[in-house]
Design a protein around this ligand. Structure first.
Ligand SMILES: NC(=O)c1ccc[n+]([C@@H]2O[C@H](COP(=O)([O-])OP(=O)(O)OC[C@H]3O[C@@H](n4cnc5c(N)ncnc54)[C@H](O)[C@@H]3O)[C@@H](O)[C@H]2O)c1
Length: 352
């Protein structure tokens, strides 16, 4: 089996919890470089995951002809520059979600990948989740009938990540809860529908819960601690309504809300069956058979989706066959995010 040599750029949370553990298990993959601007984070990956060398400048890895592919696991604003540099250096790229901070730059990245004939995949990992695979198949084979409406909720109890830091500075993140969490939900909806043409978008965004960073009360802060003299200019709540040629979509997303527990799910309403898909978990499917209401709650092993997406990326490098999360298949949801933001900024319905 042809050996594939990779460099991992950005050694933070997602690198640590998902990609280093996954890559270190994939046969025929060598992690030659762990790169982070904070050297100790890169060095830690050498010690814990067998990366050969710790570096602080990603251009060292790009200049190495042995490196076939890079993983871009850095904050959103840097996805564009690092990915473009890597493609220009002839490397295949796995870039974490969101593609980057807006649709226009996302399209440039897709064009560059096509021009240099390299794989460019986006970390919309849920496409590899067994639940999502099953629901996509159920829709494709008609078990839900016609899906006429989808409602999605990505709301949490007071959990703005790293308030004041890169997640809440628009210039660095591209936005708040929509681009951070909503990106997964919209991606899944379009994926399960088998694509859809967006017709109208209406949305409102709010940044109310942490107007004063010092006064914000929270239980946990997963990219914390708060940067008290930092910036928070992104939305912590967003709501809206989308019409497509297949189904309408309503959504509510909150990084922070005064609720007891997180409400993370997507409801698919079909004329033959309905599904509530719990985000990252299982689902319940209701349908009518012989005039009886039937409920299915499947039990199955849930394999590690990060391992599956990383394996598929490596396969695509070896075979040249694109993955299900190739950038060309993710652009539509990036476009949708842009229109949701545009509608909320201009306080009007956008017709496409
Ligand atoms: N697929 C998912 O479900 C998922 C989950 C979490 C995060 N993410 C995405 O992954 C990305 C990283 O998120 P995170 O939570 O790991 O953030 P993080 O802040 O924990 O890690 C980012 C790391 O990148 C490093 N870095 C920044 N600029 C760099 C550069 N130029 N060169 C090398 N290293 C650099 C930082 O020092 C930091 O260690 C974000 O885009 C985020 O949206 C995806």
């Amino acid at each position: 089996m042809e050996k594939i040599t990779v460099a991992v750029i950005g050694c933070g949370r997602i690198a640590d919890s998902a990609h280093f553990p996954a890559l270190s298990k994939i046969e025929g993959v060598e992690i030659k470089y762990a790169c982070d601007i904070i050297e100790s984070k890169a060095q830690d990956k050498v010690e814990r995951f067998g990366a050969k060398q710790a570096i602080t400048d990603y251009k060292v890895a790009l200049a190495d002809p042995e490196v076939d592919a890079v993983f871009v696991l850095t904050p959103n604003y840097s996805h564009y520059t690092i990915t473009m540099d890597a493609l220009n250096a002839g490397k295949h790229v796995f870039c974490e979600k969101p593609i980057t901070v807006n649709y226009e730059l996302s399209c440039e990245m897709a064009r560059k990948a096509a021009e240099v004939n390299r794989q460019l995949v986006i970390g919309v990992c849920n496409r590899y989740h067994r639940t999502v695979e099953l629901i996509e198949e159920m829709n494709r084979t008609g078990k839900l009938g016609k899906i006429y409406h989808i409602y999605c909720s990505f709301r949490a109890h007071r959990s703005i990540p790293g308030l004041g830091g890169p997640f809440t500075i628009k210039e660095q993140s591209g936005g708040g809860v929509l681009i951070d969490w909503g990106v997964h939900f919209f991606d899944l909806i379009l994926y399960i529908l088998g694509g859809a043409k967006i017709e109208t978008v209406t949305a409102d965004a709010y940044s109310e819960m942490a107007k004063d960073i010092k006064e914000y009360v929270y239980r946990d802060m997963w990219a914390g601690p708060p940067v008290l003299d930092g910036i928070n200019d992104v939305e912590d709540f967003i709501t809206g309504y989308i019409r497509t040629d297949k189904a309408s979509i309503s959504f509510n997303g909150a990084w922070a809300q005064n609720i007891d527990k997180n409400e993370m799910f997507i409801d698919f309403m079909g004329d033959r069956g309905g599904i509530r898909m719990m985000y990252g978990g299982d689902y319940t499917f209701y349908t009518v058979e012989n005039k009886e209401l039937v409920q299915y709650k499947p039990e199955y092993e849930i394999p590690n989706m990060y391992e599956l997406e990383d394996k598929d990326f490596i396969r695509s490098i070896r075979t040249g066959e694109p993955t299900r999360n190739h950038i060309d298949k993710v652009l539509e949801s990036a476009k949708l995010l842009d229109y949701v933001y545009k509608s909320s900024e201009e306080r009007r319905e956008i017709r496409l």
